[in-house]
Write a protein that binds this ligand. Structure first.
Ligand code: ASP
Length: 647
């Protein structure tokens, strides 16, 4: 007996916590017979394998002791996707404790085992009204000759099909929930397709960029990694943006990476502090080249993984301005209809005054076809308005939404407040029918900023509620669109760190995006908020899959934007000295994009949250509940990194 094995036995013998049975099952030899046959072979070759001796690896499933001398048990393969029936009888009438028959009867369900057995043709389960489980091999079964238990599954853990384990037991949830394992497999396939399309078809080179980067005001809040050199820290990259631009200046024509990114951001909006991007960059390329390449990747993914056949040759495009005015969102779900239109010019002045406190507002309208019967629509509206989802709209400081129901039994079809003329015009403009919901909302008469307007949010909330209460069908399919012509700068907000400049502006995406045209360059100093960016977002079904831009490749332009437009301090501009240096070294024009890979997989799989497609997602508070991170730094660690906690 090897020494370590004896030591373990002694250790266990002297540990009162363990029972003998538990000891036997817990301390397992390191060696076990290799598998000689896959479940796939069992399923495909079936009775051809009759009387063959095999070794199978897997997990013990449910067991049925038919009599003292006959036991049936399921053996699940290591993917937990295929199952074969084990049959066991006492070996040569021996019933000692080493007998495989006894071992099988003692084994806890879910325990991993190696089974030596003989393949036998399986009689069709006659008269059985038990449901055949998915993946069950029905042509053969395995007569158990020997069992090597490889570990024990704790008897205190109940794991049935319905069990949902908390995040602290993520390993059990993954093991018990095929949906999670499917998502991980799907994700792996998607990554392969992306690499294949980009590297094999489009000549991209996959390059890993450093994770220990430096702190720069690119836009998002970073995670710092202190070092043992006093006061020195790396920062984890919020994206490989700067390195990929450096690669463009390094003579790498096309770069791609499935990259980990880190942002210390508000996690409420289904975001993760670490996430994965399909990151790419192309030299001597325009926005057009990038969009076409990304369309090829996306179409390949949708075709190969979802069997899509109806994707357009090129995805439609829409400006930010148009998306915000037609859908009240910079990531519109084009499947929902209910487009927004302006009506302040056609409704009575009195009404405009009544709908909110704003002076000279823009008033917008949208229509929803909820039910044919106005009373039903009324019920829906009441339910919605009483729900917590309605609260933000009711509390809108620019006025509550005005909600009307088109009802042919009522004077002016329920649109009296609009007056005869406007009611008629609205009826025409919206092609109103009985039971339609008409919603109006005021907003300030200022340029669009940010990602959505209240009426845009209301459009989504009403649609979601109507689906939830079965008034309308959930939208189907995938509607892609590019959104471009974003403003290059936005007023800086406290929520986003931006670039820390003194101009009250921040780059809408990041400070490396190029102005779109020469006319935009001309506006940089005089009217920066109206400069359009050569930026493009890819949106599908109301979800932003990713975004990118043509970059500034002239050091002078980059410096002008940092110093003169954003008014960053010398010190902050110096954080980007490496980039300016690189651009100065004959950097070619370049453009790129990153797709949020977690979100892309979630959308493709129709999952609500990115957490459903990540093996070990962090909680809403940024914690990994299984390993319990982050942890409090010990005194020793603080000392190593020359850190002291403020009292
Ligand atoms: N680095 C950008 C981001 O992470 C994507 C890009 O512009 O390529 O959003």
């Amino acid at each position: 007996m090897p020494v370590y094995w004896r030591t373990l036995r002694n250790l266990v013998r002297h540990t009162t916590v363990f029972t003998n049975a538990c000891t036997l099952l817990t301390i397992r030899p390191v060696h076990f017979p290799p598998a000689s046959c896959t479940f796939d072979q069992l399923a495909t070759q079936g009775t051809e394998l009759n009387d063959t001796q095999v070794v199978l690896h897997g997990y013990i499933g449910t067991r049925r002791d038919a009599s003292k001398s006959l036991t049936f048990a399921e053996l699940h393969d290591m993917t937990l996707g295929a199952t074969v029936q084990l049959v066991s009888t006492p070996t040569n009438g021996v019933d000692g404790s080493d007998s495989p028959h006894v071992t099988l009867r003692e084994l806890q369900e879910h325990s991993p085992v190696a089974i030596n057995g003989t393949i036998k043709a399986r009689k069709a389960p006659s008269g059985s009204n038990r449901e055949t489980r998915a993946g069950l091999i029905t042509s053969v079964e395995v007569k158990v000759d020997n069992i090597t238990p490889l570990n024990a599954f704790p008897s205190g853990i109940i794991m049935s099909k319905e069990t949902v384990f908390p995040p602290e037991q993520r390993h059990l949830q993954i093991r018990n929930d095929p949906a999670v394992r499917n998502a991980l497999a799907f994700r792996s396939k998607a990554a392969r397709i992306v690499r294949n399309e980009l590297c094999e078809k489009h000549n991209f080179t996959e390059i890993e960029t450093p994770l220990l980067f430096k702190s720069t005001p690119e836009g998002a809040r970073e995670f710092l990694v202190p070092t043992r050199a006093p006061g020195m820290a790396y920062a984890l990259p919020q994206s490989p943006q700067q390195y990929k631009q450096i690669l463009m200046a390094s003579g790498i024509p096309r770069y791609m990476q499935i990259a980990k990114c880190f942002r210390d951001e508000d996690l409420r909006a289904d975001r993760q502090p670490e996430f994965t991007q399909v990151d790419l960059e192309m030299s001597f390329a325009s926005a057009e080249d990038v969009m076409r390449t990304v369309e090829a990747v996306v179409k390949r993914l949708w075709t190969e993984l979802l069997g899509a056949t109806d994707l357009p040759e090129a995805f439609p495009r829409m400006s930010y301005e148009e998306a915000m005015s037609r859908y009240g969102s910079d990531k519109p779900d084009l499947r929902l209809g209910s487009e927004i239109q302006r009506i302040e010019y056609m409704i009575p002045v009195d009404l405009v005054k009544k709908i909110g406190p704003l002076n000279d507002p823009i008033v917008e309208v949208m229509k929803f076809s909820i039910a044919d019967d106005a009373n039903e629509t009324r019920n829906f509206v009441n339910t919605f308005m009483d729900s917590p989802e309605a609260q933000p709209f009711i509390q809108n400081p620019h006025g509550q939404p005005g909600i009307f129901i088109f009802d042919t039994r009522k004077p002016l079809q329920g649109l009296q407040v609009f007056g005869f003329e406007a009611a008629e015009a609205l009826e025409d403009m919206l092609a109103l029918e009985d039971g339609d919901l008409v919603v109006i909302q005021a907003r300030p008469n200022t340029p669009f900023a940010g990602g959505s307007t209240p009426i845009g949010n209301l459009r989504l909330a009403l649609h979601k509620a109507a689906v939830k209460h079965n008034y309308i069908q959930p939208p189907q399919g995938f509607a892609f669109t590019w959104i471009n012509d974003f403003p290059l700068f936005s007023p800086s907000s406290d929520a986003e760190p931006g670039q820390g400049g003194a101009a009250g502006l921040a780059a809408t995406h990041h400070p490396f995006t190029s102005p779109k045209t020469a006319a935009d360059v001309d506006l940089l100093l005089s009217d920066p908020l109206s400069v359009r960016a050569d930026h493009y977002d890819l949106v599908v079904n109301g979800v932003e899959l990713g975004g990118g831009s043509r970059r500034i490749h002239s050091a002078e332009m980059q410096e002008l934007i940092m110093r003169e437009v954003l008014q960053m301090s010398d010190e902050r501009v110096k954080d980007f000295a490496h980039l300016l240096e690189v651009l100065r070294a004959g950097c070619p024009p370049h453009a790129g994009l990153a797709l949020g890979f977690d979100r892309l997989v979630a959308v493709m799989m129709g999952r609500e949250s990115v957490r459903d497609v990540i093996a070990f997602p962090k909680s809403g508070r940024g914690e990994d509940m299984l390993v319990k991170s982050p942890t409090r730094m010990t005194g020793g660690q603080l000392e190593t990194y020359h850190l002291r906690l403020r009292e």
